[in-house]
Write a protein that binds this ligand. Sequence first.
Ligand code: ADP
Length: 267
Amino acid sequence: EDSLFLSYFDEFMALEPRVVQPREPRPVPRPMTEGIRFEDVDFSYPDTDRTALQGVSLTIRPGEITALVGPNGSGKTTLVKLLCRLYDPVAGGISLDGIDLRTFDVVDLRRNLSVIFQDFAQYHLTVRENIRLGDVMLDEADTAIEDAARDAGAHEVVSRLRHGYSTMLGKWFDEGEELSMGEWQKIALARAFVRDAQVLVFDEPTSALDPQAEWDVFQHIRKLAQGRAVVLISHRFSTVRTADRIHIFDQGRIVESGTHEELVALG
Ligand code: ADP
């Protein structure tokens, strides 16, 4: 039985990345000034003929919160995957401060991005390790870990746990403590906050949080957005209206863009 799983592992390890590394990469500009531009981007997932994105153009600027809204399957997460270079566009281009994303080292690019996907991981590790995975260069004892936890509203959760930041999470291990969805989400937020990234992406970051915790998190996201670019994907009206610019997706296209007031005026 176990050797069956090992063969999956072997197959996985033998996968060749589709994303090609440049031979002479350029360093990612720090701080970036203009931001990230999607220009007329088309994309279909490998081995499908359905277009996931079609003619998408938008700019993600530092110092701003950009919100992406639209029905399920309209392409919002796909846009984020292209931003992270998990895939490359089929047509059109993505640039950072005018430089094509494909000219950066992939690791360097990703170090500048902090992303929480909707299906964020719940690591059966200690709280400290769960947060530190956001930036593995940090020392175990770095105070940045607790700072990030406070900003994410996770510190109170942790202080109720038997061994504080050393508590094992999840139920895989005997001494592990299970958290509620909302508590796991706060840990995931702390993991995103701990990385000194220039672009922060939150895909439904507060769906499991109560209104008070959501409010607190957004106050902090606002603060983080000073000098950084924040991308928010959300179905929640209360979340989206705080954004500086809102893009509405439908079937892989952007159908309307503007501030909350502009969009309301458009009807
Ligand atoms: P959203 O984030 O707006 O809910 P997605 O970007 O996840 O939408 O999905 C856009 C489209 O791409 C959908 O039609 C979805 O079925 C398809 N899609 C998403 N991920 C994959 C994948 N890994 N392989 C093939 N198709 C996918």
